[in-house]
Write a protein that binds this ligand. Sequence first.
Ligand code: PEP
Ligand code: MN
Length: 346
Amino acid sequence: MLIVMRHGATEEEIQRVVGVIREMGYQARPMPGAQRTAVGLVGNDGRVESSRLESLPGVQEVIHVSKPYKQVSREWKVENTVVRLTGGITLGGPDVVVIAGPCSVESERQILESARHVREAGAVILRGGAFKPRTSPYSFQGLGRPALKLLGKAREETGLLICTEAMDPDGVGWVSEVADIIQIGARNMQNFSLLRAAGRAGKPVLLKRGIAATITELLLSAEYLLAEGNNDVILCERGVRGFDPTTRNLFDLSAIPVVQKLSHLPIIADPSHGTGLREKVIPMARAAVAAGADGIMVEVHPDPDAARSDGAQSLFPEQFVQLMREVRVIAEVIGRRIAEPASVGA
Ligand code: PEP
Ligand code: MN
């Protein structure tokens, strides 16, 4: 439930609303906006007597948030959430952020080479899994904690921010020591204990859409993070399981404007996992930027044929250069700009 205060409501009136909400046994979250303040009521068990709030001085209206998710919804917060990262990089503002790098961290040489390349081409965030959620237990599972060290080294050398996946609550602690963004993978979108741990980690979280998750389910998973007090959540469309094996997944481009209407959270797109095929990645990256994505996540490998995971969908370095060139033009057409590495570390 959202209590919208009148334009010009006094601090006293706002505090009175906060006090009454607390008296009723719920949490109050005042949210000052450009026009007016709204006070969120958290913990609504469906039995809130809203008339008591409606009649308080300074209250304009009480909005019943009918969606199953609350804090992630546009009704709850009208303005876009802008996630602010180190070095002035923002996600959810006018800039379009490019996150790039290999699927997995494989060696010091591989990750440093990847980092140098993607930075030079214009990415601002390096991706690379230390802990890999693999369908088969016999596939490469990632180098684990040593890979986090290597990511730290890449960050130090290039100034790139780091986005890497945590697979379990223990991993959240390790990952947050080095990562600027904690990634929650598609397979873990509904791992609720992991979501709660990530929500408490004090770092921005990138939440990928589950393999067969509806948008409502994606937003409910994001709600777990916000419910833990973490507002720095970035959603990611990465394709859902389709019926047609021509592509690895069905890349749901329409999820971008759909989510933007329902939620204030930034949303990025991952055309690499979305398609699973290298030659489809550039066209779908272009399409995602045109559709209004706040960023793209792209797998790039110095030698994709030798990659230990997802080589078939990883771009060759020179293809990534082409991708960057093309998305810059598209971003400009829709009045946006690709975030520049020059601002990293500024
Ligand atoms: C990844 O980013 O490498 C990954 C495993 O992605 P997803 O969780 O979307 O499959
Ligand atoms: Mn991958």
